[in-house]
Design a binder for this molecule. Structure first.
Ligand SMILES: *Cc1c(COP(=O)(O)O)cnc(C)c1O
Length: 413
């Protein structure tokens, strides 16, 4: 039978997972503890039988969200966390150990880059490479390499890594391939189509969409053979090996470290996720129109957006994402334009950090998220001093184009 569409499956996931009192939406379960009338049953849950014991390891509400996210990626299983950064911290510290080597794209989110500093201090070596070229990833592989990490569309430069090529390389070398797909969301790209082992999303961004909850998810696509991974602890080498990786991350990263997603934000994220496809269609089309409009403006020196024909990885992006190129663009005004003055002249566009919101947001990147790392590192990552990041929302398109026009006009008046 034909598989139902993306939105249909999300909308009906709670109902098909079994309703409580006929409630169409999964209720918000606030209980911290889950009781059993048979102590043997309680012990069985502790020993791995599906069920709930203490909310640090999940509730029926977070489990319902996980079921939806697994469906969105057509994957094997998911674990939700309190934020996207909590996912990354748990993932790297539970699957890697001192002496291991991680290869990462150098075009990554600033906080992820900062997290790599902490990994270095724990004895995990991180090599940053230009992942738009699979050869530079291949050249960095050593016998200590365990994992490759890339973002699908890089925040904020919008570089598109050679996702397919890296998938083949990871398979050939037996490496874990982690894809941070936050900027694409499962609507534009499903991680298993490029051979990813694990897919990470910040749920705070597109999937929630309303910027009223933080969360993160780690999804196992089922493609990696965990039985061959020597960092799986003996206690988790039990039963079907397909579950070993997520079990270790859940026990060590969620149970022991405790960055749990509470039921209330899980509910808010699930409500937002219902409209992911509708929002992305509109926001991607707005982003393309705004990118083309800005590119043609005389006060703009450069626009970075994978949908522009002149973008370095435009053809690759087209092959991977179809005709939707994401909702994030970056622009460099002409050198004589003060990026702060330009931002201050905007009216509809909100000056705030965050991406994937229904509202359009902009901020000066070098002076905010990338401030702490210093000028040398920014240059390596291709972040110019006047770079402005714009996360495009679902406003009526002309209002966004007009807003930039009036802002530029104010500067030249
Ligand atoms: C925001 C973001 C994260 C971190 O997610 P939080 O939910 O804010 O912790 C990670 N990766 C990318 C690409 C992001 O944009």
């Amino acid at each position: 039978m034909r598989q139902q569409g993306f939105t249909t499956r999300i909308l009906h996931a709670d109902r098909r997972g079994g309703t409580e009192h006929g409630a169409v939406h999964k209720p918000i379960h606030t209980s911290s503890q889950y009781a059993y009338s048979d102590a043997r049953e309680l012990a069985a849950v502790f020993q791995g039988k599906p069920g709930f014991s203490y909310a640090r390891q999940g509730t029926p509400t977070t489990a319902a969200l996980e079921a939806k996210l697994t469906q969105m990626e057509n994957a094997r299983a998911s674990i939700v966390f309190s934020t996207g950064m909590a996912v990354l911290a748990a993932l790297f510290t539970t699957l890697l150990k001192s002496g291991d080597h991680l290869i990462s794209s150098r075009y990554i989110f600033g906080n992820t880059n900062s997290l790599f500093g902490s990994l270095n201090a724990l004895g995990i070596e991180v090599t940053l490479v230009d992942a738009t070229d699979v050869q530079s990833v291949a050249d960095a592989v050593t016998e200590k390499t365990k994992m490759i990490f890339v973002e699908s569309i890089a925040n904020p430069g919008t570089q598109v890594a050679d996702l397919m090529g890296i998938g083949e390389l990871a398979k050939e070398k037996g490496l874990i391939y982690v894809l941070d797909s936050t900027l694409t969301s499962p609507y534009l790209l499903q991680g298993q189509s490029v051979g990813a082992s694990l897919v990470m999303h910040s749920l705070s961004k597109h999937i929630a969409g309303h910027a009223q909850a933080l969360g993160g998810v780690l999804i196992d696509t089922g493609l990696f053979d965990w039985s061959r991974y020597d960092n799986i602890l003996p206690i988790y080498r039990k039963g079907d090996s397909a579950g070993w990786g997520l079990t270790q991350i859940k026990k060590k990263g969620l149970r022991d470290m405790g960055a749990t997603l509470a039921a209330e934000p899980a509910h808010r994220i699930a409500v937002g996720a219902e409209t992911l496809a509708l929002r992305l269609e509109k926001a991607c089309s707005n982003a393309l129109a705004l990118a083309q409009h800005l590119e043609a403006h005389p006060l703009v020196q450069a626009v970075y957006y994978p949908g522009l024909v002149g973008h370095q990885q435009h053809d690759r992006a087209k092959g991977l994402f179809g005709n939707r190129f994401g909702t994030l663009l970056s622009l460099e005004p002409q050198p004589h334009v003060d990026c702060f003055e330009l931002l201050n002249a905007l009216d509809v566009v909100i000056l705030a950090t965050h991406v994937g919101d229904t509202r359009t947001l902009a901020l000066p990147i070098a002076h905010t998220i990338y401030h702490e790392m210093g000028a040398a590192q920014r240059e390596l990552m291709g972040i110019a001093d006047n770079l402005i990041r714009v996360s495009v929302g679902i406003e009526d398109c002309d209002d966004l184009l007009d807003d930039f026009d009036q802002a530029f006009a104010k500067l030249t008046a």
